[in-house]
Ligand binder design. Structure first.
Ligand code: AGP
Length: 603
């Protein structure tokens, strides 16, 4: 996902300020970057393909003295990653950076071409820039010019814009893509998220759709499209800049894996201190839909298993980008749970809005405080996992599972399905989860040795049943997205219905079996793969008799047994570490895997 930062200040340090801010946005994933600076009376653009260090080199140490600058990291949507397509784009008297997709850019481009406008890039952004310039020729009121252009644009956008005739002012507006306005004594900002400005200020304003910011070095005004000034709350970020640093870890992903014991313990202790924490009256609903993308969807699969097997509540889980094709099932008696770490995922936001249009009650399980999904959902439960910088989610996912676990426990109480014995077991797990996870992390040899056995393979399979299948789905995604090793997660009972044909001599199969009732069947499935030459890594729990493991397992990993309200978190922590070590052995860019973005704000 693209990153935006603009700054206008009282000193001539705008270039260094926005470059520093841009580096705090690297985690969003990008393939090129650029900067526009108000320099010696001109708006000069500098762009580079690849890392921000390439952009800095393109400035070849020039001490660009500027009071105002806008900068951008681009995650390519239209047009390949290269310098020409990199932002900022300048058309006539307009210079801008953009996050999002202008869906009607082709028709707008054709209209502009007929009016003699020429283009250098393949991007929708350059079209948006040229269209704003086209309107500005006749509408010289900048807010009204932007409002008119935005009324014509379809799709998503966050813009930071500089007009040639007002070079020390930044205008900003957004629809669906995130954008905030940062405030400080030294100057003011427009940025994609708080992480970009925390080195300079923790004060910010959330810009809403249809609002236009006029930002100067000592003033910020927010207007509506008719140029009426709006009163906006100034918020204070609760996260410190250090949370956006690695703090001694080799990678953000490893730091965030290590934060899980504390994050999960905090979620469960909040529940133990207030058992009505996140109380929702499930009896009001005749259906629960969990809707999300990627790992968040995998967390939803764990939630579905727990809701159905412990609270006797039927749940469906949908991939957010597919949900819109099953609208007939959404009614005013439906609870739609949208799970999103970033709270800005376009597919999940679209599903949320669809559910609201259908009259459903919407619940967001979100990490990013103040994000769009958090604000638009009828109810929002924050995971409070803290900033997650690595593109591959770890604490974001396990904190979602933890919240879902507490929701299911509340549902069980409402349905009088929670026995005292089970509640006591759960409380015991909640009190021990931190030390359980710390021990898994500490036993490095186990996951390092397992990683050494598989990292040179090209294909790998995960198999499990029930909740273990949901965990396998997440384990497979983690491995794929950071190590680029192809893997598939399969319901253990399903592998023999076709895909087992891919098992060859030495093909790694990671089998997860923690559920008492499904254990024997999963062992049978492992043996089916072993019979065809598979190299099996068996992940199970301490309650099973390990004497026979060698019959079907090349590596056995025995994890602590917990109730199923914690088991997925325990196994997932191990699989995260396994994926991390495989990626290290394969020399991958663990925090910023190729082609990926931390939050996908385009559909
Ligand atoms: C997880 O490691 C991936 N980065 C991705 O699948 C992610 O979970 C998905 O894009 C959803 O993101 P969200 O939770 O911010 O909505």
């Amino acid at each position: 996902m693209c990153g935006i930062i603009g700054y206008t200040g009282k000193k001539l340090n705008a270039k260094n300020t926005v470059i520093a801010g841009l580096k705090n946005l690297e985690y969003r994933g990008y393939d090129s970057s650029g900067i526009a600076v108000n320099e010696d009376g001109n708006i000069n653009l500098y762009k580079a393909h690849g890392k921000i260090s390439n952009l800095e080199n393109s400035l070849n140490g020039r001490d660009v003295l500027s009071s105002t600058a806008i900068a951008h990291t681009r995650w390519a949507t239209h047009g390949e990653p290269n310098e020409t397509n990199a932002h900022p784009h300048k058309c006539g008297s307009i210079t801008l950076v953009h996050n999002g997709i202008i869906e009607n850019y082709v028709e707008l481009k054709n209209e502009l071409l007929k009016n003699g406008v020429t283009f250098k890039s393949e991007t929708d952004t350059e079209v948006a820039c040229a269209y704003i310039n086209y309107i500005y020729i006749t509408e010289k009121n900048k807010i009204k010019c932007l409002a008119k252009a935005c009324s014509i644009f379809r799709g998503s956008y966050a813009f930071a814009i500089i007009f040639d005739d007002e070079k020390d002012t930044i205008y900003a507006t957004r629809k669906d893509s995130p954008l905030i306005v940062g405030l400080s004594d030294e100057g003011n900002f427009a940025a994609s998220d708080v992480s970009a400005i925390l080195d300079f200020t923790n004060k910010y304003i959330l810009l809403e759709h249809g609002e236009f910011a006029k930002i100067t070095k000592d003033d910020v005004k927010i207007f509506d499209g008719s140029e009426n000034i709006l009163e906006k709350e100034v918020k204070t970020a609760t996260w410190s800049a250090t949370e956006y640093k690695k703090n001694g870890y080799d990678h953000f992903m490893l730091k965030e894996i290590n934060e899980q014991p504390d994050v999960i313990e905090k979620i469960f202790s909040r529940y133990l201190e207030n058992p009505n924490y996140n109380e929702i009256d499930f009896s009001k609903f005749d259906a629960i839909h969990i809707v999300a993308c990627g790992s968040a969807m995998h967390a939803g699969m764990v939630g579905k298993y727990l809701f159905q097997n412990y609270a006797n509540i039927p749940v469906t889980v949908d991939i957010a980008s597919e949900y819109r094709y099953s609208t007939q099932s959404i009614t005013t008696s439906t609870l739609v749970i949208i799970i999103s770490q970033s709270g800005e995922t376009a597919d999940s936001l679209a599903a949320l809005r669809l559910a609201k249009d259908k009259g459903a009650t919407t619940l967001g399980i979100v990490n990013a405080v103040g994000s769009t999904i958090a604000r638009e959902a009828d109810i929002c439960i924050y995971t409070y996992a803290g900033p997650e910088i690595a593109v591959a989610t770890t604490k974001g996912y396990t904190s979602q599972v933890a919240i879902l676990s507490t929701l299911v426990i509340n549902a069980m109480k409402q349905n009088s399905m929670l026995s005292n014995d089970l509640l006591n077991e759960i409380k015991n797990d909640f009190n021990n989860i931190s030390s359980i996870l710390k021990d898994i992390i500490k036993n490095k040899d186990i996951y390092v040795n397992a990683a050494k056995k598989i990292y040179e393979k090209n294909d790998l399979f995960f198999i499990g049943r029930g909740i273990d299948y949901a965990v396998c789905m997440e384990g497979s995604l983690k491995l794929k997205e950071i190590s680029y090793m192809h893997s598939e997660a399969y319901a253990a009972g399903e592998l023999k219905h076709g895909t087992i044909s891919l098992i060859e001599n030495g093909t790694p199969v990671i089998a997860v079996a923690t559920n008492d009732d499904l254990y024997e069947k999963t062992i049978s499935n492992i043996k089916e793969t072993k019979a065809r030459g598979a190299y099996s890594i068996f992940i199970t729990t301490s309650n099973f008799d390990s004497s026979s493991f060698e019959d079907f397992s090349d590596i056995s990993v025995i994890l602590p047994k917990t109730t199923e309200f914690c088991q997925a978190i325990v196994v997932s922590c191990f699989l995260q570490l396994l994926a991390y070590e495989v990626a290290k052995l394969r020399n991958c860019d663990i925090d910023k895997p190729k082609n990926l973005a931390k939050s996908v704000t385009v559909e």
